[in-house]
Design a protein around this ligand. Structure first.
Ligand SMILES: Cc1cc2nc3c(=O)[nH]c(=O)nc-3n(C[C@H](O)[C@H](O)[C@H](O)COP(=O)(O)O)c2cc1C
Ligand SMILES: [Mn+2]
Length: 510
């Protein structure tokens, strides 16, 4: 990849010490990917209204497109914008979580299962040591419209401050802190919308505060280490701690500090953090936003709004933003497919299902939400039906997913040539498809006619395995005799072919 010139990352004044400053932050990670040729700085001034996102969309038509950093705009704005932070790049995902970027996607899924099982509790650092406290403003001194906030698509309802964010709420009953990515439209200097699909933990927490007659405290960070973004976007159990999972992926505790207004953690080395409350009766018209589906998601409708009471930020802060678009230009790309697949695989094993050989939620299927393929070695009658039902409804997979496909162990779920072959040769639709109805979905799904009013989905469970009843009689697939294969392999260049001969691992047996 070409080298890019540009100004060095604007680093915060040296904090007292690195051990006090805490864990790796976004700027450390940017230095790392820049050294790997994975960051492109755009020095020209760009329009935050649709031009920045158009550049991102056009640049990210390739899976190996770099992350893009913008620092000059055609309007006055304080800060920088990072987009396509991870995107469709498995390399940047691997670099973020400390895995080898040369690993294949199936290998990354296996390694991700290992590192996602780790839990490391966050640590508190003193507010004066938190880089995010370089600037702290409260009340009328806050003006979020001075930040470089993009409008992504022509039909968007406004500019979106929150797309690459992490949003913290607390379950008022159990005290559990939730961390999630929710879209946030900017309504004014101290007013930020917060859209949650029904069933998301932030929305459940909010409703619990409101049911007790109290405003719901919220903290949102807008310039964050990619690991915080990843765990915020990933589905964990309703009382699981995303922050502990983030520590596990980082390999060190996430550094937190205290807020000045609400009792919620402040990511100590974030770029921009707001504190505020959602009042029970307050709504402002929000949406739509061009979404991960490739359509405008959500009707223009009144949604809850955060009254911002405090702002913490670094000088010249970096706003992390995400383009929601069709693959491969969607920010919910390779990393999400890998992590979601690992989570579903974990769930199946923790429920005691044997024989799982692989799982893949392809990112082209509406950012991996739409389809789950599970590879299984069939061991007993009904095994595949069990896999399909649980892969459809486990917490990691239940939301949105429409197509749950089981394939045999000889089919690589990440290889859609293989998956389409299995669907077309092992599945008889009249016998091998079941439908689950009234399942968990979202108004963001364009096929939901009434949108937010009735977000009930459905799921097709597709058995594309060799029918268990007829396993013995199932026709053998066409495979080479190994001895002939080896002979041709040795003669490959003599026969006039260049490059290495293809590899086969399965051979005909008499
Ligand atoms: C860029 C991005 C934007 C998202 N926007 C929203 C949103 O506006 N509302 C929502 O409910 N979920 C949104 N999600 C999905 C949630 O982050 C995801 O479902 C997460 O698991 C929710 O966490 P929770 O299970 O703790 O609620 C978004 C995800 C990403 C990556
Ligand atoms: Mn959660």
């Amino acid at each position: 990849m070409e080298q890019h010139s540009g100004t060095p990352i604007d680093s915060a004044p040296a904090p007292a010490s690195d051990s006090r400053r805490g864990a790796r932050d976004l700027r450390d990670w940017l230095r790392m990917i820049e050294a790997a040729g994975e960051l492109k700085r755009i020095d020209a001034a760009v329009d935050l209204d649709q031009e920045l996102s158009a550049i991102a969309l056009m640049a990210a038509q390739r899976e190996d497109a770099p992350a893009l950093m913008f620092s000059r705009f055609t309007e006055p704005a304080e800060g920088q914008v990072l987009i396509n932070m991870l995107g469709a790049s498995k390399r940047r995902y691997a670099l973020a979580v400390g895995l080898d970027p040369e690993l294949t996607v199936p290998e990354l899924i296996v390694e991700t299962r290992r590192i996602m099982a780790r839990r490391i509790a966050p640590v508190k650092i003193a507010p004066q040591d938190a880089p995010v406290n370089e600037i702290v403003l409260t009340g009328d001194d806050i003006d979020l419209t001075r930040l470089p906030v993009p409008r992504f698509w022509p039909g968007d309802g406004g500019r979106y401050l929150g797309t690459g964010d992490i949003t913290f709420t607390r379950d008022p009953q159990t005290g559990r802190v939730n961390a999630a990515v929710y879209r946030q439209m900017l309504h004014g200097p101290r007013r930020v919308g917060m859209y949650t699909s029904p069933g998301k933990h932030g929305g459940l927490d909010r409703d619990a505060w409101w049911a007790a007659g109290k405003p719901c405290p919220v903290v949102v960070a807008y310039g964050i280490d990619p690991i915080l973004f990843m765990v915020g976007a990933q589905v964990f159990g309703s009382q699981e701690s995303e922050l502990e999972a983030a520590g596990g992926l980082l390999g060190e505790p996430v550094s937190l500090s205290d807020g000045v207004v609400v009792d919620l953690p402040i990511p100590a080395n974030a770029e921009i953090v707001i504190e505020g409350v959602l009042h029970p009766q307050e709504r402002e018209v929000e949406g739509p936003l061009g979404e991960f589906t490739g359509y405008y998601g959500g009707v223009r409708a009144p949604q809850p709004v955060i009254e911002v009471k405090a702002l913490h930020m670094r000088r010249n802060p970096i706003l992390t933003t995400t383009l929601m678009a069709r693959y491969p230009a969607c920010e919910i790309g390779a990393y999400y497919a890998i992590m979601r697949s690992a989570r579903i695989w974990d769930s199946l094993e923790s429920m005691g299902v044997p024989g799982i050989r692989g799982v893949y939620a392809h990112p082209a299927a509406a950012a991996g939400w739409g389809m789950t393929v599970v590879s299984v070695k069939q061991q007993y009658p009904g095994h595949v039906a069990q896999v399909l039902a649980l892969a459809a409804q486990c917490a990691a997979a239940a939301y949105y997913s429409k197509w749950i496909i089981a394939v045999d162990e000889d089919v690589d779920p990440t290889n859609f040539n293989d998956v389409l072959w299995a669907l077309s040769t092992r599945c008889n639709p009249a016998d091998h498809i079941d439908i689950l109805r009234n399942t968990w979905s979202t108004g963001l799904d364009p096929s939901q006619g009434l949108r937010e009013l009735r977000p009930y989905g459905s799921k097709a469970l597709i058995d594309a395995c060799k029918p268990h009843r007829h396993l013995k009689e199932f026709p053998p697939s066409t495979l080479l005799r190994q001895e002939v294969y080896e002979r041709v392999r040795e003669r490959w260049s003599e026969l006039g072919f260049s490059g290495p001969p293809p590899t086969f691992t399965e051979f005909h047996r008499e």
